[in-house]
Design a protein around this ligand. Structure first.
Ligand code: NAP
Ligand code: G4F
Length: 334
């Protein structure tokens, strides 16, 4: 391992952190992961699943801990995935969201710069399609690309926009290799159950097994460009292997409503009409909604040679199958 590339991942306990750790390990990297809290409940799972990851304690809002993490790992590549990432939660916790999701990016960049690694460490910043906002006036027919207008509609989206611009500013000011991936929604078996796709597939599995009667959801009309997280982390890695630091949209180029997701997910368990199983609860609605997101990944496809592999029906199927097996296993040992 003496000359293996080293990568530091912030957000190692999250969905993308898991997929990326596996990918980088497969590619021969020495992988480090930043983990927050003195007793993070997800530490055990990371250790069990990814025993090859060296965990370093730290928090995006604690600059000293980030300097230490960068010094300990001395990374060739740093993937900044950590964030308060739930849009609904960001409305209820806007100050924390700004501290972590906006200022936390600055803290990471500063840790790289002040430890003298500006020309040594390539940084990936996890930007998001939530920066676009999905409003009629700024919605391009063929989908948002790297030149589209931003109009974030949540404290999360606004915080991410700061992160995006400070990342670009460090690229321009200090000649740092900082790539921003503007990623549209990506899901899968590692997705947190607080996000709508996993909430649905988790509930569908439990309904099938008689473990819960229905599912409570907010608005069902919004549309998202949903891809598979495993495909998207491959795109992140490609951005850091490119000759130039740049911005790239990763998306599927298709958009589907939550109703369409429900239809496919319930069909997997043989239910054609999901309406009797869905209860609308205003608690899951947001003060401002992003009605539709559709991305145009042409640049990533042409410049990076990236292309998503899993399509929308394939995504729903793999998530439902995973949750059916997982819930059946848990029910058997309960
Ligand atoms: P996720 O599952 O919610 O994971 C977020 C990670 O951030 C967790 O590991 C969490 O750790 C960590 N974190 C939160 N606050 C922290 C803090 N103060 N210090 C250090 N770590 C902290 O998110 P994801 O879906 O993997 O997404 C990865 C990144 O991509 C995020 O920045 C997200 O905003 C962005 N993004 C995601 C999507 C998507 O569709 N998934 C699309 C575009 C952009 P704990 O275990 O401590 O909570
Ligand atoms: O699954 P969601 O919470 O994801 P959202 O808001 O699109 O954000 C995700 O994708 C972004 C990329 O565009 C990331 F940047 C962000 O970090 C995150 O990963 O909600 C999707 C849609 C929304 O319109 C929401 O209002 O589903 C709607 N929804 C309806 N009922 C619900 C629910 N969302 C959640 N989480 N829970 C519900 O019960």
């Amino acid at each position: 391992m003496a000359d293996a590339k080293r990568a530091l991942i912030t957000g190692i306990t999250g969905q993308d952190g898991g997929h990326l750790a596996a990918l980088l390990h497969e590619k021969g990297y020495e992988v480090f992961g930043l983990i927050r809290g003195q007793n993070n409940p997800r530490r055990e799972q990371v250790v069990a699943e990814f025993p090859f990851v060296t965990l370093i304690e730290g928090d995006l809002i604690d600059p000293t801990s980030l300097v230490r993490a960068v010094e300990v790992s001395d990374p060739h590549e740093l993937y900044n995935l950590a964030a308060i990432s739930h849009v609904g939660y960001s409305f209820k916790n806007p100050t924390l969201t700004a501290d972590v999701t906006a200022k936390g990016v600055l803290n990471v960049l500063e840790a790289v710069r002040i430890t003298g690694r500006a020309q040594h460490t390539r940084v990936y910043q996890a930007s998001t399609s939530e920066m676009f906002g999905g409003l009629d006036y700024n919605r391009p027919g063929a989908g948002y690309n790297e030149n589209s207008l931003f109009h974030p509609r949540s404290p999360y989206g606004v915080a991410k926009l700061y992160g995006h611009w400070i990342a670009k500013n460090y690229r321009e000011s200090y000649d740092m290799f900082v790539a921003c991936g503007i990623l549209f929604n990506h899901e899968g078996e590692r997705r947190g159950v607080e996000f709508v796709t996993r909430k649905i597939t988790h509930a569908v599995a439990r309904i099938k097994l008689g473990l819960q009667p229905n599912i409570e959801l907010g608005d069902l009309w919004p549309k998202r460009d949903w891809g598979y997280a495993g495909d998207f982390v491959e795109g992140m890695w490609r951005m850091l292997q490119h000759t130039e630091p740049d911005d790239f949209v990763l998306a599927t180029g298709e958009t589907h409503s939550i109703e369409e997701f429900l239809t496919l997910a319930f069909a997997e368990i043989g239910i054609d009409d999901w309406k009797p199983y869905v209860v609308q609860n205003p608690a899951f609605m947001r003060p401002a909604e992003v009605d539709i997101l559709l991305g145009d990944p042409t640049k990533a496809e042409q410049v990076l040679g990236w292309k998503r592999k899993v399509d929308f029906p394939g995504l729903v199927k793999l998530m439902v199958e995973h949750d059916l097996a997982d819930q059946a296993r848990k029910a058997a040992i309960a």
